[in-house]
Design a protein around this ligand. Structure first.
Ligand SMILES: C[S@@+](CC[C@H](N)C(=O)[O-])C[C@H]1O[C@@H](n2cnc3c(N)ncnc32)[C@H](O)[C@@H]1O
Length: 259
């Protein structure tokens, strides 16, 4: 068996096969959130850490102007190639979500499934929200989905997924490697077992994520006064069911409003 240790984001075909099928609930929720929480119309969207553009592409297809940025060149190449293939503008660019500028502000932004937790220091997180404040117009929103550290009960930190397209099938699993509570750094093993007619190979990666309790997130966001926490939902993506954040809350989609 071939076995490599590599950043999984360097393998956009595999990443996209595993995660792209999960778009409908997020897409519907985001559209409903724009309608409910943006002041004025929503036409222009931004996705920081857009990766392969699994959501960006759906938004562009639905008629929004949707731009995205990501640190990974291979993911951006894949994202733009797919947009082009479908007659859409290749509107993703390589950039760091802590340090970027835009030509014209957007009405709303979204960043789901923990990508923001890749920013491993408070300084980087604050820089991200400052850059986002420049990128979103007053009255706009930023939908931010990630896992908080629950202070009651066990964290759900083991997951597995499978996906298949034609002759390609992939089994993926993620499990904790170690957690440094004081430094607020959690490391997860991530394994992709890829099966093709020519054989099987394995890619192992280690995801490094910064942890947030709800209080740590609230105190960080206060450092960027352009943002206010408007409300929050969970990963059931039900726009009619906002949640109250409490010590047991784990999955959360914050709606941050640009003042
Ligand atoms: C879990 S993937 C999510 C991709 C996409 N948003 C989605 O929903 O499928 C996380 C992405 O964050 C990107 N990323 C990590 N750190 C970044 C940074 N500092 N600036 C921009 N992108 C970053 C990675 O390259 C990766 O594509």
């Amino acid at each position: 068996m071939d076995h490599v240790i590599d950043n999984i984001y360097n393998h956009p075909v595999y990443y996209d096969l595993v995660f792209a099928s999960d778009w409908v609930a997020e897409f519907k929720f985001l559209e409903a959130a724009f309608k409910k929480h943006v002041t004025g119309k929503t036409k222009r969207l931004l996705e920081p850490a857009c990766g392969t553009g699994r959501l960006m592409y759906r938004m562009a297809k639905a008629g929004y102007v949707c731009d995205g940025l990501d640190l990974n060149e291979k993911a951006i190449e894949y994202c733009n190639a797919r947009l082009k293939k479908h007659g859409l503008k290749p509107s993703a660019w390589v950039a760091n979500m802590c340090d970027f500028t835009v030509k014209k502000p957007y009405d709303a932004a979204f960043n789901t499934i923990n990508s923001f937790r890749h920013l491993d220091t408070e300084k980087a997180a604050v820089a991200h929200f400052r850059a986002m404040a420049q990128a979103i117009r007053p009255g706009g929103i930023y939908c931010l989905g990630f896992h908080l550290t629950p202070l009651e009960g066990e964290a759900t930190d083991r997951e597995s997924w499978s996906a298949r397209r034609g002759n390609l099938s992939i089994n993926t699993s993620m499990w904790p490697r170690d957690k440094d509570v004081k430094a607020r750094i959690e490391r997860f093993n991530l394994r992709f077992d890829v099966y093709k007619p020519t054989g099987m190979h394995r890619i192992d990666d280690c995801l490094v994520l910064r942890s947030y309790t709800w209080k740590q997130f609230a105190s960080m966001i206060k450092k960027v006064p352009e943002w206010t926490i408007e409300t929050a939902y969970d990963f059931s993506y039900d726009i009619d069911e906002p949640i109250e954040i409490d010590p047991g809350t784990e999955d959360v989609v914050y709606i941050l409003k640009r003042k």
